[in-house]
Design a binder for this molecule. Structure first.
Ligand SMILES: [Fe+2]
Ligand SMILES: [Fe+2]
Length: 331
């Protein structure tokens, strides 16, 4: 099942609370946000916390999980496969020069999975005049569609597939796609930093799952422990992985502060607030579908200063939730 939380006050600095930046209720105060923006200090704090937790742990499988996570945190790449960079490069290229079809084609041509997806999509939209070259296929699709295809391919990378934790990692992937679409719609019309940050906002959870998949013990760690560590550390790990993958700074900040926008540096609070609302809306849509208690919906209604009415955000989230679930079933 999908879990969420972090609408509370943990991890926030006193000045943020005094300034009234945090305006939402506290239905679930388990999730923390990074306590520093400095990667070295963040890593050191994480290592210290994990070591002291491990010291209190008596179960051998759980201890092996702590060891795997400690190894991952001490590795430069955090034990996660490299991030596929084509989509980000393509995003940058389109932003700089919309007419650069030749350079776009060269970039797409280097990524076999993207080439395959571009051809498949172009053949679908072409009428009787099928494209003969990759450049023609790209022109036929247009930049918007090409951009979306490239980011969809990103979510199919090994980063989002964790052996032994297929269901949970797939849930994080699908949830990311939904949050991306809601945040993109709210923030930058479906293409840009809001979409990208939404897509990757919970990627810190995957760092923990990758580590959980590498335990050398006979048993897996307890689900409750894995979920607990996800709540405690996925935002700090998100901030770190953003730096490791050289994601734009705004995206890294979104990964770190989507649960507590008020704790983000002031330039990024607007983005983080939209991510927070999109995240809550995605969970609220799921609650509605499951006829569950509207915890996230209530939290969403308490977020002030959003660019759109709560009702519109929730309706959009419910529609997109249906669409994405349909696409997921068809895939
Ligand atoms: Fe999160
Ligand atoms: Fe989320």
């Amino acid at each position: 099942m999908s879990r969420y939380g972090g609408y509370g006050t943990k991890g926030k600095r006193p000045e943020d609370l005094r300034g009234g930046v945090i305006e939402i209720e506290d239905p679930d105060d388990r999730v923390q946000s990074p306590t520093t923006f400095r990667p070295d200090k963040l890593r050191r704090d994480l290592i210290q916390d994990l070591r002291s937790r491990k010291g209190r742990e008596s179960d051998r499988a759980n201890q092996a999980f702590y060891d795997a996570l400690l190894r991952a945190v001490q590795q430069k790449d955090l034990g996660v496969p490299p991030f596929p960079t084509t989509a980000l490069k393509l995003d940058e290229l389109i932003r700089k020069d919309k007419e650069a079809t030749g350079r776009l084609t060269t970039l797409v041509d280097k990524d076999p999975a993207l080439v395959k997806a571009v051809w498949a999509a172009a053949r679908k939209v072409a009428d009787d005049k099928q494209p003969k070259t990759l450049e023609q296929a790209i022109k036929l699709l247009g930049l918007d569609r090409l951009w979306k295809i490239s980011f969809r391919i990103t979510t199919e990378s090994p980063v989002f597939r964790v052996r032994g934790h297929e269901e949970k990692s797939d849930e994080i992937r699908t949830h990311g796609i939904l949050v991306a679409r809601i945040a993109g719609w709210m923030g930058d019309h479906g293409r840009g930093v809001h979409y990208i940050s939404g897509l990757l906002h919970d990627v810190g959870q995957l760092v923990i799952l990758h580590a959980a998949g590498k335990t050398r013990g006979v048993r897996r760690p307890e689900v409750e422990l894995v979920n607990n560590l996800i709540d405690q550390h996925h935002t700090a790990l998100g901030l770190l992985i953003g730096r490791v993958w050289r994601l734009p700074k705004s995206v890294s900040m979104g990964l770190g502060f989507h649960h507590h926008p008020g704790a983000a540096p002031s330039d990024y609070r607007g983005l983080c607030k939209i991510l927070q609302a999109a995240d809550l809306a995605a969970h609220a849509a799921s609650e509605r579908r499951r006829r569950a208690t509207p915890v996230a919906e209530t939290a969403l209604r308490n977020v002030r200063g959003l660019p759109l009415p709560h009702k519109d955000i929730l309706e959009r989230a419910m529609r997109l939730d249906q669409v994405i679930r349909g696409e997921h079933r068809a895939a």
